[in-house]
Design a protein around this ligand. Structure first.
Ligand code: PLP
Length: 386
């Protein structure tokens, strides 16, 4: 009998949900049109503004993160509008597809190869070339390849050109510093099942004054995701439609945890966990996809030659060792492994994940000294243990 009886979730979403959040959600459903629920909403509103770094209202939609992306498109644009999409991976491509689905005219800038970032110079060149652009749509952290995009510089360049920035921050908001107002991000979007440590089902987004002004002239049809309607509701601590009540109860608890740790402290933790993960992978001889601009949320590495079938390898990690890591999507399927290091994640989640990875790599015949990855991670934690 193999001793691997426990399951560990180390995927970049859904991420593990803390016990206190589970407990907060595990109660009879309160009705949402009540003073008691409005008290919860008031607290959540204040907490979200802090995490987003904005004075604007943060809207809550009952949808996965993609619903937040769709809402940004349908509320800000008109048919035929030209937009710039930055595709550093699968989620960037989603912006292009969404724009196409709504009859916009996207120009896509693609990363040179998987794991590469999009340099701000490419964005500046595209903005200079096409004066009709009405939005730049991008990811702060591209989860499919574990790369960061230069958000602050992109926003500065777009602002100069008078173009709105729409930032998918689904594995960025709450993971690393991304102050919406200070950096001039016009729309910041995130989802519940990533850094917010609650189950999937809530999209959260905020709009700058310029983005709100744009909603007045934008002519794409919208109904469920009518952000103006949501704004009118949330200032009264309500939502336009029935909210995801249980998730909002969980969100209140999760926000308390995030703010109790402190945002700078959480960002520093994610940074150290990412550094330890990268050091461990390097010690195992695994090449990173994104060496130049690694995301503090997730590390992607190429699987070594000894691993003949990457999909089976990920399954083996999950079904035999009980460690849920994820592989790649589309053309990266079977070729890469992604290790998450944000949200409800600490040093020993990293060493556990690396331990399982070492056992599975040994089984596959990849040569390295057993314990080398864990040792490399522990060395980083030893430096930071005070
Ligand atoms: C998870 C994620 C999304 C949203 O995906 P959903 O499945 O709709 O929640 C979007 N963008 C990025 C970068 C993500 O990591």
């Amino acid at each position: 009998m193999a001793p691997f009886i426990k399951t560990y979730l180390l995927a970049p979403g859904p991420t593990p949900v803390p016990e206190s959040v589970l407990t907060a959600m595990n109660q009879p459903i309160p009705h949402h049109r009540t003073a008691a629920f409005e008290t919860v909403m008031a607290e959540v509103r204040q907490g979200l503004k802090k995490v987003f770094g904005t004075e604007q209202e943060v809207l809550l939609l009952a949808a996965s993160g993609t619903g937040g992306m769709e809402a940004a498109i349908s509320n800000l644009f008109s048919p035929g509008d030209e937009v710039l999409t930055l595709a550093a991976g699968k989620f960037g491509e989603r912006w292009t597809k969404l724009a196409q689905a709504y009859g916009l005219k996207p120009t896509e800038i693609r990363a040179a190869s998987p794991g590469d970032t999009i340099p701000v110079a490419a964005v500046e060149a595209a903005l200079a070339k096409n004066k009709n652009l009405r939005g730049v749509l991008f990811q702060a952290s591209e989860t499919s390849t574990g790369v960061s995009l230069p958000t602050q510089a992109i926003c500065a360049a777009a602002k100069k050109a008078g173009v709105l920035t729409i930032c998918d921050a689904i594995t960025a908001c709450g993971v690393f510093e991304l102050p919406m107002d200070r950096w001039g991000i016009d729309v910041l979007i995130t989802g519940s099942q990533k850094a917010f440590m609650i189950p999937p089902g809530l999209a959260m987004l905020a709009l700058s004054p310029a983005a709100w002004a744009r909603t007045e002239e934008a002519r794409l049809p919208r109904f469920y995701f009518d952000l103006k309607r949501e704004k009118a509701a949330i200032v009264k601590n309500q939502t336009a439609w029935t909210p995801a009540i249980s998730l909002i109860l969980g969100l209140r608890e999760a926000l308390q945890m995030m703010l109790k740790e402190g945002l700078p402290q959480a960002y520093a933790r994610h940074e150290i966990l990412g550094r330890a993960t990268r050091a461990a992978c390097a010690a195992l001889g695994l090449k990173p996809l994104a060496p130049a601009a690694p995301s503090p949320a997730v590390t992607a590495v190429w699987l070594p030659a000894a691993v003949k079938d990457g999909k089976t390898f990920v399954k083996r990690l999950r079904d035999h060792y009980g460690v849920i890591l994820v592989g790649g999507q589309d053309e990266l399927d079977g070729k890469i492994l992604r290790l998450s290091h944000f949200g409800y994640c600490g040093a020993f989640d990293i060493t556990t994940g690396i331990s399982a990875l070492e056992l599975a790599l040994t089984e596959a015949g990849h040569p390295f000294e057993l314990g080398a990855g864990v040792t490399a991670a522990l060395r980083i934690f030893a430096e930071k243990s005070t």
